[in-house]
Design a protein around this ligand. Structure first.
Ligand code: PNS
Length: 192
């Protein structure tokens, strides 16, 4: 008999099974979007959960990252964009989900993600992780490389959805505006 890959619909609530795709999404890339699309094709309800990053200093605010994800996922069925802080397993359980989805791009991702998957399974209320390999055309894209290329004036239009590119450009010009002001202010210690 062929084992069923899709979990059964929860009998008590009749709700479709839910999986959580967590990340920083700073910013969401075409690689993330590819994982979202492919995971959603297998899971009827996918929660894309943006971590509030208490330990990192993200480029985009939590609200900006959530808004961009909502924008780029707006045409996809069964996707909910949410945010969380604290332990991922607690969030997954609180949302009635039963699986964590992660994308794997390169071999070095695996070492880290594998230990995170073991940890998330070992913690009380442990949750399993399912990995999706990145599509080849996206395997070189990461949020950190997008941020770096962009900050150095490179073209990121192939790496991110158009809405993200527009948001990054807006952010850049608002930062350029405010840094000009602060340079002006510091000339000779006087406000000029
Ligand atoms: O996109 P990222 O930065 O690789 O995502 C990392 C994320 C959000 C999956 C990870 O930082 C996370 O799970 N944070 C929640 C805190 C937590 O549960 N930590 C212990 C297990 S990783």
């Amino acid at each position: 008999m062929i084992p069923r890959l899709m979990p059964k619909v929860t009998s008590k609530t009749n709700e479709p099974p839910r999986a959580v795709y967590p990340g920083s999404f700073d910013p969401v890339t075409n690689g993330h979007l590819d994982i979202i699309r492919r995971a959603a094709a297998h899971y009827p309800r996918l929660i894309v959960a943006v971590v509030a990053n208490p330990n990192k200093k993200p480029l985009l605010t939590l609200q900006q990252r959530v808004d961009l994800l909502r924008d780029v996922c707006s045409g996809l069925r069964g996707i909910e964009v949410d945010c969380f802080d604290g332990l991922l397993v607690n969030y997954v359980r609180a949302r009635g989900a039963s699986l964590i989805i992660k994308g794997l791009r390169i071999v070095s991702d695996f070492e880290y993600e594998f230990s995170m998957a073991l940890l998330n399974r070992h913690l009380p209320g442990g949750v399993d992780t399912m990995f999706l390999p990145a599509s080849l055309e996206y395997a070189h894209i990461s949020s950190s490389s997008v941020r770096e290329v962009f900050s150095l004036g490179g073209d990121i239009s192939e790496f991110v959805p158009p809405a993200v590119l527009r948001a990054m450009k807006r952010l850049q010009s608002s930062r350029a505006g405010s840094s000009k002001k602060s340079v002006k202010k510091s000339v000779g210690g006087k406000t000029v």
